[in-house]
Every structure is written in C-alpha cells, then in structure tokens.
Design a protein around this ligand. Structure first.
Ligand code: NAP
Length: 287
C-alpha cells in the first residue's frame, strides 16, 4: 500500500468484508469535503501485532478494530479508562504513542439518548442479556449513567459471574429460565447476545411482563428490525436498535482521525438501511 498525505484510517478485522464502517466514514469524508480515506484491512490474528507496529508508516492516523482483535488492540496500546474497564479497544489513534478507547460505550449511550430521551432519569433496574464484549461496554455505560441495579442473564453462568466480579455489587446474575420473572420492574432490557441475528436462534422473552415505561434496546442490526424490537414496538414500548448504536459508535473515531465531529443524520441512516436491506431500494438523494 502507498502512504498518502491525506489522512487515512481503516477497520482491521478477520474477516472484515462484512464491515459497514467504510460506508459510514467515507460518507462523512465526502459530506464534509475532507480529503481522506477509510479502508478495510483484513489482518489474520498472528499478524495483528506487526500490522499495528506499521500503522503509521502505512499512512494511517488510526484505526477501528473488530473481531478478533479487540483484546489484542487493548494490550498493544495505551488504553483510556473506558477501554481498560471494558477490557477491549475498538478505536486506535496516535497521540504521543498509540492510544485506544472503546466507542461502543458512547455508541450505546448516544443512541439511547436520541431514541429515548431521559431514559436514565429513573434507571432503577436494567436487564442485560449476554456477557461478552458488547455486554461489558453496555454495562460500563449503564453504570456510568447511574443504573442502580443490573441483572445479567447469560447462557454460560461463569461469564456472567466474571462480569459481577469486574463491575461489582450493582450487578446480579440470573439464568435464562429466570428471565421472564426478572422483567416486571425493569426500566430497560438490552440484548447483547447474537440471538435474533440472521442465521442464529431466536430470542424468546415475555415482553408482556415489562412495565409500560420500559425501553428495549437490541445490539443486533441484521435484520434491521429484530423480532425483539418488533415485539417491543407492538407493545408500544420505546426502542433503540443496533444500527443506531453502530452509527453513533463511529462518531468518536472520525473526530479523532479527521478533526471533525460528524453528525448521525437520517440520510446516513437511510444509506446504511439500504445497504443492509437492498430490497428496500436506494434512498432518494443518496449518490
Ligand atoms: P461475544 O463476545 O461473542 O458474546 C456473544 C454473547 O452471545 C455471549 O453472551 C453468548 O453467550 C451469547 N450467545 C451466543 N449464542 C447464544 C445462544 N445460542 N444462546 C444464548 N446465548 C448465546 O460477542 P459480542 O462482541 O459481545 O457481540 C454480541 C452481539 O452484539 C453481536 O450480535 C454483535 O454484532 C453485536 N454488537 C453490535 C454493536 C453495534 O454497534 N450495534 C456493537 C458491538 C456488538 P455465552 O457466553 O454463553 O457463549
């Protein structure tokens, strides 16, 4: 690859073909008239360290990092408090060395702020499904916004227990069998598992148990309208979907690499929706 003078960034993953990040960042570069570029970099696990070492010489101001490199990115950089607490980094940039953060946290929180303003005013109890990397980002964010109690429901109990040790006493652990009985006083239900994603088993939860003021968030965005989001809307509950989180998590990296805080606009969302569901057609005004 030839280094260019225009700032560049990339998404590093293995595989990385499925990533929508290039669509988002190149849209913003064009929208703001910035002469830069955002590329995909398929980097095998054994080559990640060497690739990171050569990031600057390849002309990159920084990078996003996705599966399976998020933990290695943390270990090979100077993480901020957020990335360290979550235990994974998804955004790298240079500032007196290679720094890292985790923008899934702000992606999740900003999306809720937009979709359900005031959502954390009385966040007595949240139920989080899953105990993987995404769950850690969600739980860190919920605790930072004042959640009094978080019930973590996960298939593998030991992973949920590990989160309780990591984040402390405001977390409780429950099994899937107990899920429905835990929904009655929950102000927020968040799915961070892969359940409900295309090709994965469905997510079953009795949303009828949730109080009428509850909010339902799903991190899955393929399909765009997951069965969980559909069921929540049918019940008249406020929802926050995975595509919204994906768009908001991209804001921080773009600002760090290209010096402009970008806006998540309806037009950008429409572009991603058309890409995720080509049958919906290309939205008007998108070139
Ligand atoms: P991960 O670390 O691999 O965790 C996957 C989670 O799903 C684990 O809790 C796992 O439970 C659970 N799970 C998987 N299959 C299951 C099944 N058949 N039954 C019950 N639980 C099951 O993955 P991750 O990085 O946290 O990502 C999780 C999801 O969040 C993915 O769908 C990802 O695309 C999405 N995500 C979205 C965004 C966004 O911006 N919208 C950002 C990050 C992640 P066990 O512990 O028992 O295996």
């Amino acid at each position: 690859m030839t280094a260019t003078t225009a700032p560049a960034a990339c998404i590093i993953g293995w595989p990385v073909d499925h990533s929508r990040s290039p669509l988002i960042h190149n849209y913003w570069l064009k929208a703001y008239g910035i002469a830069g570029e955002y590329r995909r970099e398929a980097v095998a696990p054994g080559e990640f360290g060497a690739f990171i070492q050569s990031l600057a010489s390849r002309g990159y101001a920084g990078a996003n990092v996705t599966v399976p490199h998020k933990e290695a990115a943390l270990a090979l950089s100077q993480p901020d408090d957020r990335a360290r607490a979550v235990g994974a980094a998804n955004t790298l940039w240079f500032d007196n060395g290679l720094r890292s953060t985790n923008t899934d946290v702000e992606g999740f929180l900003s999306n809720l702020d937009v979709c359900a303003p005031g959502w954390n005013r009385s966040l007595n109890k949240a139920v989080v499904l899953g105990a993987g990397g995404a769950a850690r980002a969600v739980i860190y964010g919920l605790l930072a916004r004042g959640a009094q109690s978080i019930v973590v429901v996960n298939r593998t109990a030991s992973r949920a227990d590990a989160l309780r040790q990591r984040f402390g006493d405001r977390l409780r652990v429950a099994s899937w069998v107990e899920l429905d009985s835990r929904l009655g006083d929950a102000a927020l239900l968040v799915n961070t598992t892969t359940l409900g994603m295309h090709g994965q088993p469905p997510l079953t939860a009795d949303l009828g148990r949730l109080p009428g003021h509850a909010i339902v968030a799903d991190l899955v965005y393929v399909p765009l309208i997951t069965p969980l989001i559909k069921a929540a809307k049918a019940r008249g509950l406020r929802t926050a979907d995975g595509l919204g989180m994906l768009l908001h998590q991209a804001v921080g990296g773009f600002a760090l690499w290209f010096g402009k805080k970008p806006a998540v606009t309806p037009q950008l969302r429409a572009l991603l929706e058309a890409d995720l569901d080509p049958s919906a057609g290309k939205p008007a005004g998108i070139t």
